[in-house]
Design a protein around this ligand. Structure first.
Ligand code: GLN
Length: 477
């Protein structure tokens, strides 16, 4: 049994036919994950006891003839910004190096109730701020496809775990592209659901109005299964939506012929090279499947990066104020006064990118600049959302690139934060508008670097997005 090629569905079948047990799968997945970690650095912690207990529970349910759930025995990796009770959760930060959460995130509870087996926690940029995983206090992740390159960020560890085959699916978080961009760089499927579709309870806040939890998988079907498990109203998150959760996996095989697709002109203007070719080849495949393709215009796109970096830093400066050495974090030992203690704890604990964002966010929220920056950015966010609303009057889905380039080399962009911010130029708009969006692999460059194609649909139309992505995946492979 090679667990690197197993899907959630195949695991279910194999368990039902008693080809293997959940404990056998968990043991093998843990072995592979731990053996591969010196190479990728994808995991920050492993949870063998929890994994084997969950697997044993699945085997016992099967033995009793009960339904073990849609994720029965499926090895899952969880990004280390998502809280796991009793299991270290670092957020990629030195400040939380020894933090043990007292409760589980709702998404974690739901995936374990569905039979999922959590192998461990995955590496990420500190507090999910970054596009390459190089902002982790615990060292970068290496892209399993090309070890001298980044896996993308900030959910780089989750993308790498799934691409490497140690986990069948994983949870990531996306604020401006952190699921779609690493999925594209590592050649896996990554989904950012509608804002509010998945509870944020237990997701460490970076920019609360933009934060999403979402799935990574090696197939659209597995991503749909995982989203179906974690989605839905949660009384613990007031922004979680009441909208009923469809059976995404059951709706995958619907018709895509006649679907109206829009290519946003502004997303293709600067796009060049092999990425452009591969995405356009993907569009041709969709045409062959009977979709009608037209160009649409989304004029506010050019302001999106500036708008995003005002809003996300403003929210981050407020959310990160809690790491003050009093409550969760390590405390600097060399302080005489309370002020010094705050200053030293935060000064020694936060990495450069977090400090940059706290300063920027504090500045744009300050009395003198609030109107000029923060309020202006909120208005621009409204324009971005209006672009989407208008486009979706004409088309059922938008198709776009995920990133302007494939995985870049480790170290290539670390000294140029603005160049790094451009990695997310095509993903940030969907996050600002809160629409569902995903990356689905559409091929690889001559050098073998994966490239993803982005699909975006109307709020709560994850079913339409999955259906299109699934049809594409079947046609392209
Ligand atoms: N790369 C973007 C940033 O640095 C997006 C991060 C994210 O989605 N968490 O903010």
């Amino acid at each position: 049994m090679d667990i690197r090629s197993l899907s959630a569905g195949r695991i279910r079948e194999g368990l039902a036919a008693r080809e293997f047990s959940a404990v056998e799968i968990a043991t093998e997945a843990l072995r592979l994950a731990e053996a591969g970690n010196p190479r990728t650095n994808a995991y920050l912690s492993f949870s063998p006891e929890r994994a084997l207990a969950a697997a044993r529970a699945v085997d016992e349910k099967l033995a009793r003839g009960e339904d073990p759930g849609p994720l029965a025995g499926v090895p899952v990796a969880v990004k280390d910004v998502i809280l796991t009770k009793g299991l270290r959760t670092t957020c990629g930060s030195k400040l939380l190096e020894n933090y043990i959460p007292p409760y589980d995130a709702t998404a974690v509870i739901r995936l374990e109730q569905a039979g999922g087996v959590i192998l461990g926690k995955t590496n990420c940029d500190e507090f999910a701020m970054g596009s390459s995983n190089e902002n982790s206090a615990f060292g970068p992740v290496r892209n399993p496809v090309a070890p001298d390159r980044v896996p993308g960020g900030s959910s780089g560890g989750s993308a790498a775990a799934v691409a490497d085959g140690t986990a069948v699916v994983a949870l990531g978080s996306d604020t401006g592209g952190s699921i779609r961009q690493p999925a594209s760089f590592c050649g896996v499927v990554g989904v950012t659901p509608t804002y509010g579709r998945v509870s944020r309870y237990g997701l460490t806040a970076f920019a609360s109005s933009l934060d999403h939890i979402g799935p990574f998988a090696r197939s659209v079907r597995d991503a749909a299964v995982l989203l179906g498990v974690i989605a839905g109203r949660d009384p613990r998150d007031a922004t979680s939506a009441f909208a009923p959760v469809p059976d995404y996996a059951a709706e995958l095989d619907g018709k895509v012929q006649g679907m109206r697709l829009g290519l946003p002109r502004e997303y293709f203007e600067g796009l060049a090279g092999e990425t452009a070719q591969l995405v356009m080849r993907g569009v041709d495949t969709l045409k062959r499947l009977g979709c009608q393709v037209r160009e649409v215009s989304m004029p506010a796109t050019r302001y999106a990066i500036a708008c995003y970096y005002v809003i996300c830093t403003a929210e981050a400066s407020s959310n990160l104020a809690r790491y003050d050495g009093v409550r969760y974090t390590a405390r600097s030992p060399r302080s005489e006064t309370l002020q010094d203690m705050y200053r030293n704890t935060r000064g020694e604990g936060f990495g450069t990118e977090c400090k940059r964002r706290i300063m920027l966010g504090t500045y744009v929220l300050s009395a003198g600049y609030y109107d000029a920056y923060y309020l202006k950015a909120q208005k621009v966010r409204g324009l971005v959302a209006r672009d989407f609303a208008r486009a979706f009057e004409e088309v059922d889905a938008l198709v776009a690139p995920v990133s302007p380039f494939p995985a870049f080399e480790l170290g290539e962009k670390v000294d140029d934060p603005l160049a790094m911010y451009l990695s997310d130029i095509y993903t940030i708009t969907g996050s600002l508008a809160g629409v569902p969006c995903m990356s689905v692999p559409c091929g690889a460059t001559a050098a073998g670097l994966p490239v993803g194609m982005q699909i975006l649909t109307r709020h709560f139309d994850e079913s339409g997005m999955f259906r299109l992505a699934h049809a594409f995946e079947q046609a392209a492979t």
